[in-house]
Design a protein around this ligand. Structure first.
Ligand code: ZN
Length: 211
């Protein structure tokens, strides 16, 4: 399945915005990643850049867009699949970029920075709010979230993205991370859980001389 555009929402949970000392935004904070960033977690080793400062995981709920957005369309018509994902971030570089007012591409868009689990069918908004997503690192839960705690809910995010940037079949959206983002090290094993059941896993290889 070909993914077209990778959109991401920043600071969409109050506790995560606060843990990074960021203000809570008044409208969705959007950025994109290149499609080269995408990789599906199927138990393999995923290589990330070493030597560029700390890399942090951000577990997120991810949606797949089924068709071209048209005003008035319901969220259930627009979205057909879900996954969990990690928006990997070079946090030290991001901190420097924030101070300088630079765009986030280099700290958010590197190869393998957009990890997703295999797709699952989207069950509807109500059903989705009844289930938590979580991330385990080396057997210990490090993040847990629920879409009902989002600052901007999923219909608001899709409508806002569509209106400003367009949304079409094959686009995906990382919808923001809850509290608990933290560092990854070489050899870490990450497990994605949806409603406390495993839906994907990978291990981390940090490589200094990548390209
Ligand atoms: Zn994120």
């Amino acid at each position: 399945m070909t993914v077209k555009n990778i959109f991401c929402v920043g600071r969409n949970y109050v506790l995560h915005a606060k843990e990074l000392n960021n203000p809570v935004p008044e409208s969705p904070l959007l950025f994109t990643k290149p499609t080269h960033a995408l990789v599906v977690a199927q138990g393999q080793e995923i290589t990330l850049p070493g030597g560029r400062g700390q890399i942090q995981f951000e577990v997120e709920y991810v949606i797949h867009i089924a068709r071209r957005y048209e005003p008035g369309m319901s969220f259930e018509e627009l979205v057909d699949k879900m996954a969990l994902g990690i928006d990997f971030t070079l946090r030290d570089i991001q901190s420097q970029f924030k101070q300088k007012g630079y765009p986030w591409l280099l700290c958010k868009g590197f190869v393998n920075s957009a990890v997703i689990t295999p797709w699952l069918p989207f069950a509807g908004l109500k059903e989705t709010k009844e289930k938590d997503f979580s991330l385990e690192k080396n057997g210990r839960e490090v993040q847990r979230g629920n879409i009902k705690d989002m600052i901007f809910d999923l219909p608001t995010i899709t409508e806002y993205t569509a209106r400003h940037l367009g949304l079409d079949q094959g686009d995906i959206i990382f919808t923001g991370t809850p509290a608990g983002s933290g560092p990854v090290s070489d050899g870490d094993k990450l497990v994605f859980k949806w409603d406390d059941g495993e839906v994907g896993c990978c291990s981390i290889k940090l490589e200094t001389n990548l390209y």
